[in-house]
Design a protein. Structure first.
Length: 173
């Protein structure tokens, strides 16, 4: 009886522990691969119509008042977090010429849905752009058991495209 109780308590303690992040790629390595020589980071403040558009894309307020990004010419890179089910997924997105060039899962903290890190999923975003408004020009195939992670990566990809367009439009003024 005592052994059963100890086993039960240990199992409960393990299940109650927060999931640790599985880091697949460090931010600096992601940026190095995207640009070669990493440009200095810049900041985009989320206010006014940008804040509203971000909320519309994500379906909720962004957790911060500003977003950091890296830019060289018409290429930008974004490292953004979005909640899958309960924990943030850190996603790196490279956008060039209004198309997604690359999507990488940098860190994953959920207990399920980690399959979104694989190229068979992330390669679907290559070449994607906006079709109407802020919708992607292609459907993104889901992964059974990873629905919330798929939605998070898709929303963040749309967000990066939108923010890319705003940054380039502002620099053209």
């Amino acid at each position: 009886m005592r052994t059963r109780l100890i086993s039960l308590l240990l199992c409960t303690a393990v299940l109650a522990m927060p999931a640790s992040a599985a880091v697949y790629l460090e931010r600096d390595v992601f940026l190095q691969r995207a640009f070669g020589e990493v440009p200095r980071s810049q900041t985009l403040w989320l206010k006014g119509d940008i804040k509203q558009a971000v909320q519309d894309i994500l379906g909720h307020d962004y957790r911060s008042l500003r977003v950091r990004y890296w830019q060289h010419g018409d290429k930008t890179a974004w490292v953004l977090d979005e909640i899958g089910k309960e924990q943030p997924i850190t996603i790196g997105i490279v956008v060039a010429a209004d198309h997604i060039e690359q999507v990488q899962i940098l860190a994953f903290r959920e207990s399920r849905g980690w399959e979104v890190r694989h190229p068979f999923f992330t390669e679907q975003f290559q070449g994607a752009s906006f079709f109407q408004g802020t919708e992607l020009d292609r459907p993104i195939d889901g992964i059974s058991g990873a629905t919330l992670s798929v939605k998070a990566v898709t929303k963040v990809s749309r967000l990066a495209l939108y923010l890319h367009q705003r940054v380039l439009a502002a620099s053209a003024l």
